[in-house]
Design a protein around this ligand. Sequence first.
Ligand SMILES: *Cc1c(COP(=O)(O)O)cnc(C)c1O
Length: 365
Amino acid sequence: MIPCAFPKKQYLPIEAEVLAAIRRVLDSGTYILGAEVAAFESEFAAYLGCEFAVGCGSGTDALVLALRTLGVGAGDEVIVPSHTATATIAAVAISGAKPVYVDIDPRYYTLDSKKIQALCNAKTKAIIAVHLYGQAADIEGALAVARSHGLRLIEDCAQATGATWRGCKLGTIGDVGCFSFFPTKNMGGYGDAGAIVCRDANLAARLRRLRQYGWDENRISTEPGINSRLDEMQAAILRVKLSYLDADNDSRRVQADRYTRELAGLPLILPTTRANAEHTYHLYVVRTSCRDELNYFLKQNDVLCGIHYAVPVHKMPAFSSSVALPETEDAVMEILSLPLFPGLTEGEQNQVISLIRHFFAGRKN
Ligand SMILES: *Cc1c(COP(=O)(O)O)cnc(C)c1O
């Protein structure tokens, strides 16, 4: 069986280092907001080339804390793609603001910045640019609209840790960058974890207060906060994972390049990398009108693909909207995420490739 993602396979080669990190935390006697979190925050900020990183409980919480810190709440509107993880929209809803959905540019599956302007009104406070599948959204276009309308720009980097645009790490371009370290992400921990990064010292200080009941240094709540702390154990694990992030992303790119080479010429739309962007292939998403048949055929042959995402968030009962998003609605019927993860062997990848070729050869007859 070849899965779509396989975090345990990434764990085994670094098992000794991870276990040593966990033991170090257990031996330290400090389990919440101690030396490991502080060290991870400064190492992660340095890796991104950003002033501040603040650890928190998950990628969803990172977005919630970012929205609150930027003053987005009830009565406000946030422009966001519907073609994203449910988490992005759930975070907007938790903040009390209303998600206003923008359609995607089907070449990259990320927000179409040309369609943002028409959605702006007096209530609009922020745009969330989701760097989907491992590469940059049109951050230049989103930034231009944000500047001209006085909006905040939040980067959802949950799927693009380590990816760049014009040489800058994603997350460092907008007002804040939000990261998830869910186990299957490019830099996955072994539980829930997240982080927010920013360049502004005041924002960082407020993020630190809001992640812990709104406490100041004297443990007096100056404003209502939540409890969303990165724990010491995950921080220690993530310090190990950070040291492998570039190598893991390289391995994802090598696998993606092999798919792109070997699947060329088939009636499949393969991923396109945006100019000036460096893709980190959180997911390798292909597109075909016979997606369901191909997916079923691969499954019958023990290759498990994913669909990211089968139902766009604006079609889910909790977050539904009557807005029409034709590019999003077309794409979700045709997209398929092929197995790709550090540790996928060349032999396994060749198996996926030859099955896909076999599938299309069979259909021609
Ligand atoms: C995974 C993900 C999140 C949420 O992260 P969690 O850590 O699961 O809360 C947010 N946005 C996107 C695009 C994601 O892929």
